[in-house]
Write a protein that binds this ligand. Structure first.
Ligand SMILES: [Zn+2]
Length: 300
């Protein structure tokens, strides 16, 4: 099941509703309906629970009975003009003169009602990406003016939502996990918000582990690269028969490096008797590689 529908499941379990909130949820559902016009109102969803809840809420709040149609997608429809006119006027709209649909904020003045309104809107038109993959929540609508006015009201409640235009309309969306969590908690889906939070902790943890092992890996790589360069240099000196001409300390260093090509500098120090310091060994190895490098240069 999609994460969006898991959220719908959770929202549909909310039963205790005040009349003010029921009206607000009905408003949220209708404002984001697929069709809301003088000749028909249609809500279409793959989520049966939502469609059944919407029918009940619309009836309780407006006294109007929508037809439920089952199929690939579930639909709620209203075609009776008188009933549609009742619905319109209940929310301050007029079927005759209605052109641009504006957001009527007086239905959602209380916070409980705003939560119910957004719940209805999400149930009807919300999408939330699976938090294991990405953070994205959106409400889409063809009504730009309505969304912009709703955005103003939402930001008064310190929600961080953004608006953008897309091909067939507009989007209200959030991309930060905290903003999505706040939104879900507010509309009555705290379990979904909790899942988001858990995923975020898990993701942060994985990233930290990855960074750590990348760092460890690159240290190992550096050690191997350095040891390899030193070994190659010593072999070049040996090829030219120069090893036995070296001062004792350098000769000994060359022998130990060749004997233990995989060891790090610190480990190599222990192979000397008595052990030498890291800086001393480093100095000697540098000297050996510098001598080998000089071999490559043309004599002057
Ligand atoms: Zn209320």
């Amino acid at each position: 099941m999609s994460f969006s529908n898991e959220i719908r499941d959770e929202l549909c379990r909310i039963q205790k509703r005040r009349p003010c909130c029921e009206l607000a949820e009905a408003y949220g559902i209708l404002a984001f309906a697929n069709r809301f016009s003088a000749d028909s109102i249609r809500i279409s969803s793959e989520h049966e629970g939502f469609v059944r809840r919407a029918k009940e809420i619309l009836f309780n709040a407006l006294g109007v009975s929508f037809d439920v149609i089952s199929g690939d997608r579930w639909k709620l429809e209203l075609h009776d003009r008188a009933a549609i006119s009742t619905v319109f006027s209940r929310f301050g709209y007029d079927t005759e003169r209605h052109v641009t649909m504006h957001f009527h904020g007086w239905f959602v003045e209380e916070e409980c009602c705003m939560a119910a309104f957004l719940r209805g809107a999400f149930l009807c038109a919300g999408v939330c990406a699976d938090p294991a993959k990405s953070y994205h929540l959106e409400l889409s609508s063809a009504r730009g003016a309505f969304l912009r006015e709703l955005l103003v009201r939402a930001s008064e409640l310190s929600f961080t939502l953004r608006i953008s235009r897309r091909q067939n309309g507009y989007l209200l969306y959030a991309k930060e996990s905290e903003h999505i969590e706040d939104f879900l908690t507010f509309i009555g889906a705290p379990s979904a918000a909790m899942r988001l939070m858990e995923q975020k902790v898990l993701k942060d943890y994985r990233n930290r582990i990855n960074r750590q092992s990348n760092c460890e890996f690159s240290n190992i790589r550096k050690t191997i690269d350095a040891a390899e360069a030193q070994t190659v240099a010593i072999l070049q000196l040996a090829e030219r028969g120069l090893l036995h001409e070296l001062p004792t300390a350098l000769k000994e260093t060359a022998d130990v490096r060749i004997a233990f090509p995989d060891l790090s500098l610190a480990e190599l120090c222990e192979k000397f008797d008595p052990p030498v310091s890291k800086s001393c060994l480093n100095h000697r190895l540098r000297k050996l590689t510098a001598m080998a490098r000089e071999l490559d240069q043309p004599a002057e």
